[in-house]
Design a protein around this ligand. Structure first.
Ligand SMILES: Cc1cc2nc3c(=O)[nH]c(=O)nc-3n(C[C@H](O)[C@H](O)[C@H](O)COP(=O)(O)O)c2cc1C
Ligand code: SF4
Length: 421
């Protein structure tokens, strides 16, 4: 039975100097955590990662150890590690906070990965908008090149990712680094088969790499000691739609209610929560309140932990208009190369906006319900799948509101506006 009296906040990734001190220096990082163990950056660490149960934190919750093993088996010593710090999700800030404050933890994870999979290059891919994160990583890379590092250095370069939602998708990231074009490519081959420069490429989220760097030092059992439900470890979450928004490190399995409390949001003041960001889905607050933020459990109930966004919708906000605004954003972020994504998402967004504005045509609601079921799996990447997944959750959670908007042209909320998450 987990100890629910333990504080919600955990300090593993974000342990160390206070946020106000900015990026941790190499000297402080090594004084606090020590160097990576000499044998850590080798294939041996893969078994430790597998034993830890660490799941990727970029959105898909894929087992990190299994991914490293797959790349190691085909790398022939010439793979590339792509450190994914694009963080294009508008509601998420956790990756930029980690990169800005703990750049050496991320670089340790990248070095570890490079040694384990057999890579000859590390590419640190950071979103254009994340200036503090970029500066911090640039400085950290320079600090390391000025000292004799352990394990030995691997050529590391920083690439600025375009400020687009899909630029962080793994094939788009590889495409941009190789050909300066951040549109996803048709897969297979997946990056682990044929990535940057045609070489096997490990694409790993920055937070996943930070956890790996700690697991290599403290072990799988240490990692697994945290966790209140099935998935072990801690995670960074971005909390929005509350009085005190921010990035927090929590034990996985912490409830939505505990997060609301952390942000100063009473249950009566909220009607729903968006879990996993724009690639995730809505949950009604009555169902969500006691939900554990646990990737495995959430997947089993057809929800997503995703990139750790927990975004509350105020009780007096309009879920239909909020969803319409998100669909409009998602349509605008299509990489404009697959017909169903380009035209389908735009059509869905336009109809959802009409419904939200109380200006729907007779068949509009039936139309988006039908389209939401038709678009998934029709693009080169999963962008449209994410968008229609969010829409389907909205149709379920705000079903009555959609009907009221579509048939009466009215909203039941006191505020016919966008006091949204
Ligand atoms: C449309 C789209 C956008 C994505 N954006 C990001 C991103 O900004 N950062 C990220 O780490 N992963 C992003 N991903 C997930 C990556 O494709 C990939 O799965 C991830 O970087 C792998 O790292 P992980 O296994 O550590 O999670 C995105 C996926 C999709 C479909
Ligand atoms: S599905 Fe959409 S976002 Fe993905 S590659 Fe095709 S057009 Fe671009």
């Amino acid at each position: 039975m987990p100890d629910l009296q333990r504080p919600v906040h955990q300090r593993r990734l974000l342990d160390g100097p206070p946020a106000l001190s900015g990026a941790e220096t190499l000297t402080s990082h090594v004084a606090r955590l020590g160097q990576l163990p000499p044998r850590a950056a080798s294939r041996e660490v893969i078994a430790t990662l597998e034993a830890s149960g660490l799941l990727g934190r970029g959105g898909a919750s894929f087992p990190v150890g299994r991914k490293w093993r797959t790349v190691a088996e085909r790398s022939g010593g010439r793979a590339t590690v792509l450190v994914n710090g694009a963080e294009g999700e508008p509601l998420s800030a956790k990756d930029r906070v980690l990169m800005a404050l703990r750049p050496h933890l991320v670089l340790d994870g990248a070095l570890l990965a490079a040694g384990a999979v057999g890579a000859e290059e590390i590419v640190v891919y950071v979103g254009a908008a994340h200036t503090a994160a970029r500066r911090s990583l640039e400085r950290a890379i320079a600090e390391r090149s000025a000292t004799a590092p352990s394990p030995p250095a691997i050529p590391t370069r920083l690439v600025v990712a375009p400020d687009r939602y899909v630029a962080g998708e793994e094939s788009a990231a590889v495409h941009f680094v190789t050909e300066a074009d951040a549109r996803p490519t048709v897969t297979p081959p997946r990056p682990f088969e044929r990535g940057i420069g045609g070489r096997p490429t490990l694409v790993q989220n920055v937070e996943s790499l930070g956890h790996a760097a700690l697991i290599a030092r403290f072990g799988a059992d240490w990692f697994r000691a945290a966790g209140r439900a099935e998935t072990r470890g801690t995670a960074l979450v971005t909390l929005t739609g509350v009085d005190r928004p921010g990035v927090h490190e929590i034990e996985l399995g912490t409830t939505v209610a505990a997060l609301a409390d952390l942000g100063g949001k009473a249950r009566a003041d909220t009607q729903g929560v968006l879990l996993g960001g724009y690639f995730g889905g809505w949950a009604a607050i009555d169902e969500a309140w006691d939900l554990a933020l646990d990737p495995i459990a959430l997947k089993a109930s057809r929800r997503a932990f995703g990139c750790g966004v927990v975004s509350f919708l105020a009780a007096d906000a309009c879920g239909v208009k909020t969803t319409a605004r998100i669909m409009d954003y998602m349509a605008g972020q299509s990489a404009a190369q697959c017909g169903p994504c380009v035209f389908g998402l735009r059509a869905i967004a336009d109809v959802t906006r009409r419904i939200g504005d109380g200006a729907a045509d007779t068949d509009d609601l039936a139309r988006i319900e039908r389209w939401a079921g038709q678009l998934a799996g029709r693009g080169a990447c999963r962008h449209p799948d994410g968008a229609v997944g969010l829409l389907a959750s909205a149709l379920s959670v705000f079903g009555e509101e959609f009907v009221r908007h579509a048939s009466l042209g009215r909203c039941s909320r006191p505020e016919f506006g966008e006091k949204a998450a």
